[in-house]
Design a protein around this ligand. Structure first.
Ligand code: FES
Length: 223
């Protein structure tokens, strides 16, 4: 038995050791190549291509009745729905989204510019690709800039309130602070505006998704 145990522990001749090491390295190299061969196509199918992202670019008409309500409402934001046909490359889906519309009363464009200077810098205008508030309205993306939960307008607070982590925003999209001057909730920036236009008498919005949890606005996709 002692002899068998010793034979089991025998590492073998130098040639045997070197052959085993070669086989081990060859197995690892082959496994790595096979893994990469499978992983690269898989990752590229999960990350949408530029063409696919841009395929969903475009304006969609806002619900007429809700926009008409917004035209007569300057004291609070109005939720306005719209439908959009989006494709993921395989399927087309007719999906319903909404925005929060704010009508700017006379002088409120200046208020917006003073309270949200971050939206009016040359860099922001370039990143957004449009000028905020030019037609007398602002359309806020319904996604909280923290982690993209959907916030709501809270009549009691007179502010937007995110249910996930409690960030609060004014109707001008300013991230609110408490009496001690600390931001209420973890949002890294104010609310994000969406492109808005009037075309042949129709109010239209473009659905843009921005990066979550970054201090500056960064466009990610169109659905
Ligand atoms: S997702 Fe809105 S505060 Fe976190």
């Amino acid at each position: 038995m002692a002899h068998e145990a010793k034979a089991y522990q025998d590492p073998g001749t130098p040639e045997e050791i070197s052959r085993r090491a070669f086989l081990a390295r060859a197995t690892i190299a082959t496994g790595t190549l096979v893994g990469l061969g499978l992983a690269i196509p898989l990752v590229t199918t999960l990350v949408p291509s530029r063409e696919l992202v841009d395929a969903n670019k475009g304006y969609s008409p806002l619900n007429k009745d809700e926009f008409a309500e917004l035209e007569h409402t300057t004291d609070k934001p109005i939720k306005i729905f719209f439908r959009k046909l989006v494709t993921d490359g395989y399927f087309k889906m007719d999906t319903e989204y909404y925005v929060w519309g704010v009508k700017l009363a006379p002088g409120e464009l200046q208020t917006l510019q003073a309270e949200r200077p971050d939206l009016f810098t040359p860099q922001a205008t370039q990143a957004l690709g449009f000028e905020v508030g030019q037609l007398g309205f602002v359309m806020w993306s319904p996604l909280c800039p923290h982690l993209n939960c959907k916030y709501d307008w809270d009549e009691g607070l007179g502010a937007f309130l995110c249910p996930c982590h409690g960030s609060e925003f004014t109707k001008f999209g300013v991230h609110k602070k408490n009496a001690q001057g600390q931001y209420i909730g973890p949002a890294p920036r104010g609310l994000d505006p969406l492109p808005f236009r009037e075309q042949s008498g129709m109010a239209e919005v473009e659905w843009v998704k921005y990066a979550a949890n970054t201090p500056s606005i960064l466009r990610v996709s169109y659905w």
